[in-house]
Ligand binder design. Sequence first.
Ligand SMILES: [Zn+2]
Length: 385
Amino acid sequence: MKLQSFKRINLLFLTLAALFIATVVSPPGTAHAASYSPIHLLVEDDYVSAEQGEAVVIDGTTYVPLRFISEKLGASVNYQAANRTIQICSPQETEAAVLQISTTNEPPGVFTRKGVSYIPVRKAVEALGYQVDYRSKAPLVRIFLNSATTTDQVAQTHAKALKQNLNLPAWVPKPTPKKPGKVAYLTFDDGPSAIQGKIIEVLGKYDAKATFFLLGDQVKAHPGRATRLAAEGHALGMHSMTHDKDLVYASPSSLINEMKAAQAQIKQATGSSPSILRVPYGSKPYMKKPLRDALVNNNFNMWDWNIDSKDWALPNDPQQIIENIKTGLQHVPKGEPPVLLMHEKQVTLEILPEVITLLKEKGYTLKAYHPEHHQVVNFWNDSRL
Ligand SMILES: [Zn+2]
C-alpha cells in the first residue's frame, strides 16, 4: 500500500496504542510455556538500556517495544481493529510492515505487557528496509539502516554496557499446567448384547472409550463380552440383575442385592469390581433417600445422565436421535461433563460415527468412566453419589 505522509509518533499516541492492543487482545493464554531470555539492544550506534526498552527473545524470536521502534526509527503506526493488525510505516519505504496482533496476548504476534506493546523485531523492521544483526554470544540485537560502523565496532563502544548482566524481564510468564481438555462420556445400557462387538469396533476406529452399564444375568450368560469390554479399555458398571423395577426398588436390601450380584458377575468376568452403577430407568422417581443411603453405605456411586438420546424409542428415526443429542448438549448442567444415555441397539450402532464426530468437533475427548475422576451426575444432585 502507498503511504502519503509520515510523522513522528508522540508518546501520548503510543500510550493510547498500547491500551488499544491490550483491549483488543484476549486475556493472557493459559498454557504458554515459552522460553524467555533478555537480550541487549543496539539501535544504529546507540545502546538502549532496559529502562528505555527491554528486548527479549521468546522461542527464538526477538521482540522489542513498539514505542521504542517508532521513536528511534521515526516510523508511524496504524492500528486496524477490523483485522487485528498493526501497520508500521517508515520514512524510507513505501510498503508498510503488517503485524498480526496476538489473539491470546502471547507470542507469536504483537502482545502487550504492563502497558508496553512488543513486536517481533525482524518481521517489523526488515520490511521497512532496516537491517537486523543478531549476535547470540553477547547476546545482542542491533537494528540499523545505513551505518558506516560495524556491529562489532558498536559493540566495542558499548562494551561496558554489554558486560552488564541481563535480568529477566519482570513480566516473564510462569509456565502454567495445561488446562485439561473437555471430556464427554458415552454410556450404553442393558448389555452385553450380541451387537456389542460391533459397537466396540466403531469406538475403536474412532479412538473413543465408553462406559457400559451391564445387566448381571447378561454378563453371566456372556462373560466373554464383558471381558472384551474391559480388555479394550472401556468402563463397566452395574445396571442390576433383573432390570425389573418392582424387584430392584422393592427395598434398600433388594437394591443392594441386585447390584452386588451384578458386581460379582463382572468381577468374575474381568477380575475387578466396579463401584459405579446406573439404576434401571434412571434414579427418578424411585431412588428416594433410603435407597440412596443404602448405595452410599455400600460404597457405590450412581450415575444418571444429562443427555438422553432416546435411542430405545426411535429405532427407525436415527436423525431424531442425533437431534436429541445436539439439543441435549446445549443443556448440560454447569459443572457436569456431558453424559449421554444410549443403548446397545442397531440404530445406535448406525449413528455412532456421527455422534462421535459431532462431539469431537465440539472439542470433547471421549473417555471411559474412571473412579478417580468421578463427577456427580444424578437427578437428585446427591453429592454423596
Ligand atoms: Zn436399562
